[in-house]
Design a protein around this ligand. Structure first.
Ligand code: SAH
Length: 348
């Protein structure tokens, strides 16, 4: 008979861990003890869990394993200290995370999938398609490993690295539950942003959980004709339905939605586009983040000129929409998503 696969214990939520221990005939109260070892004290082996009996530690190591990821490469920006990590997962796949320093503290941008199947025309992460979703443990380990390596606490987290978080929603929800549990790292979801290309059904599902996180929607175009050209997801979920879901998200959660808009030279950056965007978002309490697009070698898209970016923002503000231009960090280390992974594994 085939041996049962070991449990990925670091991917279990606290209630999930309690249930699993109960199945093993262990008292549920052990769950918070083990959970704290895994998520606060950073145990890499059951042998470290010194307040558990030896037989229990042995039983755990027979039935479960503790996930870890390895720093394969680390690039530090000479311009602003931004750190880019290339991590190797236990199955040999690669993902990226970026640690940034702001006035208000540090933030970490993490990946949620190996690759992506959303096909956005300007994005490096999707060029090789989707390999698989990350487990909750693999998302957590990007944080734990970065904190350990940098010897500092990460203050906020953005799910904006490789992958589409809402295409891996179940694992992302478990990750968020573990992340915010007081028995673990205890990071408030107020300090978490989740970015999506606009999977409307999943935005509605996420809203029902009423989490405190910030939903960030990658819009990049104010109408269907243009958005459809650069984001295939728009064929399934057009702009009107997407904005409708964002409005409902705000109504249900009371949390302001933010929109990302990557400015691409001559494509979506005219004053007319800005006016159309202001019209689309009029009266909706939200925020627009303007991002001069990062050039990806394989694509023809180029970033808008600084003057055009400035003008775009002005027109939005005049139209009553608050907008900021994202400060570029780590420009010398290819900090934009997916580019390092591709350099490293050009065959993917
Ligand atoms: N899949 C999610 C999250 C990952 S992408 C999403 O689509 O939101 C994170 C952000 O980076 C998105 O807004 C995405 O559109 C943007 N992005 C992708 N490639 C980019 C590039 N070359 N330049 C600027 N922004 C880019």
């Amino acid at each position: 008979m085939a041996k049962m696969a070991k449990m990925d214990i670091k991917s279990l939520t606290l209630p999930g861990l309690a249930d699993w221990l109960a199945e093993l005939g262990e008292p549920k109260y052990r769950a918070s003890q083990i959970f704290t070892w895994l998520h606060r004290r950073g145990a890499g082996e059951f042998a470290e869990m010194s307040d558990l009996s030896l037989p229990l530690r042995e039983k755990l190591s027979q039935k479960a394993y503790i996930n870890s990821i390895m720093i394969q490469k680390k690039l530090v920006s000479e311009v602003d200290g931004t750190v880019k990590y290339l991590y190797e997962l236990s199955d040999g796949n690669f993902i990226e995370a970026v640690l940034m320093h702001h006035h208000h503290g540090s933030s970490l941008c993490i990946s949620t999938q190996v690759g992506c199947r959303m096909g956005c025309g300007f994005c490096a992460s999707t060029l090789g398609g989707l390999v698989r979703g990350l487990t909750p443990a693999e998302m957590l380990d990007q944080l734990y490993t970065a904190q350990r390596d940098s010897a500092q606490r990460v203050d906020s987290l953005v799910l904006m690295g490789i992958g589409e978080p809402l295409d891996n929603l179940d694992h992302v929800l478990r990750f968020l539950s573990i992340l915010s549990a007081p028995e673990g790292v205890n990071l408030s979801l107020r300090h978490v942003s989740l970015s999506t290309c606009g999977l409307v059904d999943k935005i509605r599902e996420l809203a029902r959980h009423r989490l405190g996180l910030t939903l960030s929607v990658s819009l990049h175009a104010p109408n269907d004709a243009l958005r459809g050209k650069i984001m295939p997801v728009n064929h399934k979920w057009p702009v009107g339905e997407l904005i409708g879901a964002c409005k409902d998200y705000f109504a249900v959660t009371g949390r302001r939605v933010s929109f990302e808009y990557a400015l691409i030279d001559g494509l979506n950056d005219s004053e007319g586009h800005a006016r159309e965007l202001a019209e689309l978002l009029r009266g909706f309490p939200c925020h627009v983040n303007l991002i001069p697009v990062n050039t990806v070698a394989e694509t023809a898209y180029r970033r808008s000129k600084a003057r055009q970016v400035h003008r775009f923002r002005q027109v939005l503000e005049q139209g009553g929409v608050t907008a900021t231009v994202r400060r570029e960090l780590g420009s010398d280390i290819a900090a934009a998503c997916g580019q390092l992974r591709r350099q490293h594994k050009p065959t993917l």
